[in-house]
Every structure is written in structure tokens, then in C-alpha cells.
Design a protein around this ligand. Structure first.
Ligand code: RB5
Length: 146
């Protein structure tokens, strides 16, 4: 499975730790930057990861900024993307099972690296349940066409 990762300056350190953690587990990481701690604009990286996932160059995406909020807002502007910010594993798991999220976001200034790993694990291991949830996800995605 290929996971696209993106972050702003505040998320570099956490991104590198999560990247190494996931590579160790056998995931292929598409690192779309930034890898610099110089101040930059998170929408650039939210869009990059959003476009990689929407184009199916990556199966899923992970985004990190200070709070996870700005970068998730940017990714959600890309057609076909469902990103959620999760600061704990329960919401991350349910966001995949019920909302079929294709990008996970969290904040480097909000969660520590061990909690971030639990959030990522729960999200990656969860599977979309379909059924009534498919209907609702379809309704969300139809909003893009109106
Ligand atoms: C950058 O200082 C910060 O605003 C950004 O990382 C993020 O938290 C925005 O949502």
C-alpha cells in the first residue's frame, strides 16, 4: 500500500517519525514534503497529498500541520477527498469505518508521537463498512457536483 504524506514546517519531525514507523511495517511512503523546518504554507502540501490520493497515485494520505486543521481544509478542497483531523484513535477508526476517509490529519502541536502512532494504526487497520454508510458517503460526495 502506498501512503502519501505531507506536512508544513511544524510537522516535519513528527512526519519523519511516522514515516519511519510505517516503512518499518512495510508501507510504501510517498513523501510530498516539506522536509524543511523553514516556515511554509500548509495549503501547498494539503493539495499535493489530496491530488496524489484523488489521482490514485497513492492509496491513502496522511497530513500533519500544527493542529492538523489548516492542512485538512486544503486537502478537502480536492474533489474526491475526505480528510478528517483526529486527535485520538477512536475517531480515526470510525472515520474509516463509517466515513471512508481517504486522508488522515493530525496536529504536531496537539498529539505526541506515540499517540500519533496509535491513531495511524487504528485508521490504517480499520475497514469501511459500506451499507448505510456508503449511502451517506455518496451523499457527501454528491455535494461536490452541485
Ligand atoms: C503554522 O504556524 C500553523 O498555523 C499551521 O501549522 C496549522 O496549525 C494551521 O492549521
Amino acid at each position: 500500500m502506498i501512503i502519501a504524506m505531507g506536512n508544513d514546517h511544524s510537522g516535519v519531525e513528527l512526519k519523519l517519525e511516522i514515516k519511519a514507523y510505517l516503512e518499518e511495517k512495510g508501507y510504501e511512503i510517498m513523501d510530498l514534503g516539506t522536509n524543511s523546518t523553514e516556515s511554509c504554507d500548509y495549503p501547498v502540501y494539503g493539495e499535493k497529498v489530496g491530488r496524489a490520493v484523488a489521482a490514485k497515485e497513492a492509496d491513502l494520505g496522511i497530513l500533519i500541520c500544527g493542529t492538523g486543521i489548516g492542512i485538512s481544509l486544503a486537502a478537502n478542497k480536492v474533489k474526491g477527498i475526505r480528510t478528517c483531523v483526529c486527535s485520538e484513535p477512536f475517531s480515526a477508526k470510525l472515520s474509516k469505518m463509517h466515513n471512508n476517509t481517504n486522508i488522515l490529519a493530525f496536529g504536531a502541536r496537539v498529539v505526541g508521537s506515540e499517540l500519533a502512532k496509535m491513531i495511524v494504526d487504528q485508521w490504517l487497520e480499520a475497514e469501511f463498512e459500506g451499507g448505510r454508510h456508503q449511502r451517506r458517503v455518496d451523499q457527501i460526495m454528491e455535494i461536490e457536483n452541485r
